[in-house]
Design a protein around this ligand. Structure first.
Ligand SMILES: Nc1ncnc2c1ncn2[C@@H]1O[C@H](COP(=O)(O)OP(=O)(O)OP(=O)(O)O)[C@@H](O)[C@H]1O
Length: 326
């Protein structure tokens, strides 16, 4: 059986400068997968490219299959059915995705008309049900509110309700909680997890924050400089990261309990897309760097069952202090 979404060799370039350099990623039905990495590594562009949402100047290549059907560069009629329908996307700043001059109810009923052919009272009743579903207090009255009359967290709930209007098989949530304060963040993540359990939809959570990911996702894909560099079960990544970049991201997390210690940061920054080193793009920052790392960019290789890393010197579990028995 096909995975729900299968992305292969996805590339994207802006004015000849590559932003994605061959992304391979598969999402199973009902699966929750996190896409993590520092700012600018290509997390958002991966999904914008996959769904044909990049501006015309972007040059996109590779393959994106939805349930076995190629959708990259598909006809507009096919993409219209996919976007907001089978695959929905929500973004960091709901205020910029909602139309400020239309009432919330109208925006949700419009999504219902487009994707489910609903109209009139049936659409309005379904919009109310969806607002209820996303935990909007006093949903019926809120149908008549404008986005500026709601809080950031409430607007994000509206965005989720609009995404659910198309009964998506996959929801891509791009930093959905970054603009929200911590308690609201936790509520929105719990809501996404709950909806996923109820509907069986798959979830891709794009985040630069590994802490956010741990609770919500089963599998994690770590991106660096336009490629996936590590892919494994979330629990495995936290217990035994194989790629030195993933290990660095984890070391930069503040401890959950115990005394605060200075954050271990990864020295340097992501290489500029026009100045990529010839070998591994992480080599200039890598504590495990050897001369062979500069030869060619490493491919994703299996380091343990279900665990892949693009590194010629992956960290072995035995070298991971967390796994050494006391
Ligand atoms: N419309 C665009 N025109 C030119 N370059 C772009 C455009 N959109 C994205 N890029 C470039 O593509 C690269 C990847 O950007 P992307 O937004 O996917 O990063 P990200 O990992 O999602 O980071 P962030 O967390 O900051 O959103 C960056 O170098 C960015 O500058």
């Amino acid at each position: 059986m096909h995975p729900l979404v299968e992305i292969r060799g996805l590339t994207a370039a802006f004015d000849g400068i590559p932003a994605l350099r061959g992304v391979d990623l598969a999402i199973g039905r009902g699966e929750a997968v996190a896409l993590v990495g520092e700012s600018g590594c290509g997390k958002s562009v991966t999904w914008l490219a996959a769904l044909g949402l990049l501006p015309g100047k972007a040059k996109v290549g590779g393959s994106v299959r939805l349930d076995g059907q190629e959708i990259l560069h598909a006809a507009p009629s096919v993409l219209d059915e996919v976007r907001g329908g089978r695959v929905a996307m929500i973004f960091q700043d709901p205020a910029s995705s909602l139309n400020p001059v239309h009432r919330i109810g109208r925006q949700i009923t419009e999504a219902l008309r487009l994707h489910r052919g609903m109209a009139g009272n049936a659409a309005r009743e379904e919009a109310r049900r969806l607002l209820d579903r996303v935990g909007m207090p006093d949903a019926r009255r809120r149908l008549d509110a404008y986005p500026h009359e709601l809080s950031g967290g409430q607007n994000q709930r509206v965005m989720i309700a609009m995404a659910l209007a198309g009964q998506p098989e996959l929801l891509v949530a791009d930093e959905p909680t970054t603009a929200l304060d911590v308690t609201i963040q936790a509520q929105i993540l719990e809501l996404l997890a709950e909806i996923r359990r109820d509907t069986g939809m798959a979830l891709v959570l794009i985040s630069h924050d590994l802490g956010v990911v741990a609770e919500t996702c089963e599998r994690v894909c770590v991106m660096y400089a336009g490629r996936i560099v590590e892919e494994t079960a979330a629990a495995d990544l936290f217990a035994a990261p194989a790629h030195p970049y993933a290990a660095g991201l984890l070391a930069a997390l503040p401890p959950i309990d115990g005394p605060r210690r200075p954050l271990a940061a990864i020295p340097g920054g992501v290489p500029e897309p026009w100045a990529m080193p010839p070998g591994c793009p992480f080599a200039p920052r890598c504590p495990r760097h050897v001369a062979a790392c500069d030869a060619a960019p490493p491919a994703l290789m299996t380091v343990a069952p279900g665990h892949r890393a693009a590194c010629i010197r992956p960290i072995e579990p035995a070298h991971n202090p967390e796994l050494i028995p006391a």
